[in-house]
Design a protein around this ligand. Sequence first.
Ligand code: HEC
Length: 230
Amino acid sequence: MSKFIETNGRHRTIEGWPLVFTILTVLAVLVGGTVEFLPLVLMEGNIPVISSVTPYTPLELTGRDLYIREGCVNCHSQMIRPFRDELERYGDYSKPGESVYDRPFLWGSKRTGPDLARVGGKYPDLWHVRHMEDPRSTSPNSIMPPYYWLLSRPLNLNSLERKMKGLQRLGTPYTDEEIQGAAADAEAQAQNLARNISANGGPSDLAEKEIIAMVAYLQRLGTDLKKATK
Ligand code: HEC
């Protein structure tokens, strides 16, 4: 022990000078931080592009904001890790290029419920309506809370244009025409979804309710890669 201290004498001495030691520590952290941070700003395209990954439609974007509002991320991750058990349960692991249009990202770090990164297309639209209204109606013994108000609260598309403009400024490739036609686009997608839900025996008045946007968003999750293999 005493030998160890002797051979590290210089270190001991520096530690004995608080001011010098503080300055040296700050320098070390600054250099380390710069080395980690610079590539993020200097290198463009440091994320492998996946050409089939496209921005969310206006309705999906609205649903995504509801997902954030309701705090679904507190119980659900959207990040499949490259481990065998996860691949077998959820499907292919998540690629960085899949979440380039997620601002803020919703990878999450808590899994009280299952990962949702590839839930799109796993269930029929109507299943999601029933599950949101009362999780125990589709999944006996589920501990997920109900979100029945999504079925009655009106869908609000007022801030859609401003939201998309903001994303456009940050680099999401929405065209000006897409932004101007956002509300109409969302309404059309909502009508389509609602028609499918009522045709399958679900409620017939959901086209202008929040649930429609939520279902659109959930059904989109993880489906971009499937488009690529089609
Ligand atoms: C308190 C934790 C909790 C919260 C909050 C929560 N969930 Fe869940 N969720 C669960 C659990 C547990 C399950 C598994 C049982 C079930 O299917 O209900 C689940 C299942 C699901 C499933 C089915 C996944 C699959 O692959 O079978 C979806 C979709 C889902 N939740 C969506 C949501 C959405 C959207 C929200 C927010 C509006 C939300 N959840 C909020 C706990 C939660």
